[in-house]
Ligand binder design. Sequence first.
Ligand SMILES: *[C@@H]1O[C@H](CO)[C@@H](O)[C@H](O)[C@H]1NC(C)=O
Ligand SMILES: *[C@@H]1O[C@H](CO)[C@@H](O)[C@H](O)[C@H]1NC(C)=O
Ligand SMILES: *[C@@H]1O[C@H](CO)[C@@H](O)[C@H](O)[C@H]1NC(C)=O
Ligand SMILES: *[C@@H]1O[C@H](CO)[C@@H](O)[C@H](O)[C@H]1NC(C)=O
Ligand SMILES: *[C@@H]1O[C@H](CO)[C@@H](O)[C@H](O)[C@H]1NC(C)=O
Ligand SMILES: *[C@@H]1O[C@H](CO)[C@@H](O)[C@H](O)[C@H]1NC(C)=O
Ligand SMILES: *[C@@H]1O[C@H](CO)[C@@H](O)[C@H](O)[C@H]1NC(C)=O
Length: 348
Amino acid sequence: MKPPPASGLLFCIFAAVGLFYSVIPRSPIHDVQRRQINSSQKYSGGIGTKMTVLPSWYISENDTVEINCFMHTDTSNKSDKMDLQLVWTSLHTKTKKVLMSQRASIGIFYVLNPVTHEHQGVYTCRGDGSLPDIYVHTWHYFIWVDDSSPPASIDVISHNRSQFANREEFTIGCQLPDDNNQWKMMRFDSWVGTIAECPNQVTSDRHLSCTSRSALPWADDLYWCESAAGDRTNALNVTTTVVMVVLETPTLPVWEGNNVTLRCLYRNRTTKEFTTKFRTVFYKDDRLKFVTNGASVTLPSVTKADEGLYKCRHPEEGLSPIRWIGVKARPDVAQKSDVLHQSSTRTL
Ligand SMILES: *[C@@H]1O[C@H](CO)[C@@H](O)[C@H](O)[C@H]1NC(C)=O
Ligand SMILES: *[C@@H]1O[C@H](CO)[C@@H](O)[C@H](O)[C@H]1NC(C)=O
Ligand SMILES: *[C@@H]1O[C@H](CO)[C@@H](O)[C@H](O)[C@H]1NC(C)=O
Ligand SMILES: *[C@@H]1O[C@H](CO)[C@@H](O)[C@H](O)[C@H]1NC(C)=O
Ligand SMILES: *[C@@H]1O[C@H](CO)[C@@H](O)[C@H](O)[C@H]1NC(C)=O
Ligand SMILES: *[C@@H]1O[C@H](CO)[C@@H](O)[C@H](O)[C@H]1NC(C)=O
Ligand SMILES: *[C@@H]1O[C@H](CO)[C@@H](O)[C@H](O)[C@H]1NC(C)=O
C-alpha cells in the first residue's frame, strides 16, 4: 500500500476553530450530539474532538483537501499530555494507517494535494489511547473523490430529496452498466465509522435498490454501489434528522440552465404527515435568500453562482439540515438521460 503523498503541518488550534465555524455551517443539534461525552463514570475526564474537511462537498480529483482534527473541549486539562491521531482506512485496501499524531492541545492539520481516488476512505480523528481514564470522542469522515464519468449511477428513487426525518423509509437505487456482475450497495455509517452492505438489496436486470429506514438521528450516511471488479458509482450523502423540517432539492448536481425547485417540508409530529403550507425562509450560504408563503421556490435557469449550501426555516420548528446544490457546466454533447428518474414513482 502506498502512503498518500501528503504533507502534514501544525496548525494553530484557535485559528482553526474560528475559521471553520465560519466556513462550515452545521446544524446546532448535529454539533451538540457530536460533542457529547460518554456519561458512564469510569472516566476521570473527557476530550471532545472535531474534524473538518474542506472542501466539504464534492471533492474532485486534483483538489487540495484540508483535514483538521482538533480538540474543542477538555474537562481534565490533559490535552497537553496526550496525542490525537489521524487514521486513514483505505476504501481500496481496507487497511488502516496512522497518518499523523500530534499533541491534542495543538491539533492536526493534514493536506492531501493533489487528492486522488487512492486517498478515498474513512478518516478518523481519535485519541492515542495513552491515557485510558480520559474519554476521547472519536470522529469519522468519509473522503469521497467524485468521478466525473462513473460507470454506474446512484440516486434516491422514492423521494425527491436526501434529507429524512427520523424513522422515515426511503429507497436508493443504482442503474448498472450492461455487464452487471455482482454489484452491491454499500453504506458508510458516519456515527460508528463502519462500511457495510446495505441490507435486503433487490437486484433486477440492471437495477439495484435498497430500502432503509433512518435509525439514528443526526446521521450523514454515504451510499454507493460497487462491483466485484472494483467499479463504483459516485456516493450519495443522505442526512437523517430529528428536526421535523427537511429541504427538498435535487439530490445530484444539476446542469447549468435547469430550473431548480426547492421545497421546505414540515412533518407533523402527531400525524407524521408532511405539509408545505407555511411561511418559509430559504437561506443560501447562511444568508437569507427568499421568503415564501407556499414553502416552495424555483431558481430559474441556474448558473454556477447558484451553487451553494441551502437550508430552509419553518416558523416554529426551525431550520432544516443544510444541503449542497451543485451546478455543472452543460457539456457540448447530448445530455445524459436519467433513467432512474423516469422509471420510478415518487412520493412525498
Ligand atoms: C460508554 O461507556 C460504556 C461503558 O464503558 C460503553 O458500554 C458504551 O458503549 C460507551 N458508549 C459510547 C457511545 O461510547
Ligand atoms: C454530508 O452532508 C452533511 C450535511 O448534511 C455534510 O456536513 C457532510 O460534509 C457531507 N459529507 C460528505 C462526505 O460529503
Ligand atoms: C489530475 O492531474 C493529472 C496529472 O496532471 C491529470 O492527468 C488528470 O487528468 C487530472 N484530473 C482531473 C480530473 O483534472
Ligand atoms: C484547568 O486549567 C485551568 C487553567 O490553568 C484551571 O483554571 C482549571 O481549574 C483547570 N481545570 C481542571 C479540571 O483541572
Ligand atoms: C424554466 O422555466 C421557464 C419558465 O417557466 C421555462 O420557460 C423554461 O423552459 C424552463 N427551463 C427548463 C430547462 O426547464
Ligand atoms: C398536527 O396535526 C394535528 C392533527 O391534524 C393538528 O391538530 C396539529 O395542529 C398539527 N400540528 C402542527 C404543529 O401543525
Ligand atoms: C419529483 O421531481 C419530479 C421531476 O422534477 C417531478 O415530476 C415530481 O412531481 C416530483 N415528485 C414529488 C413528490 O415532488
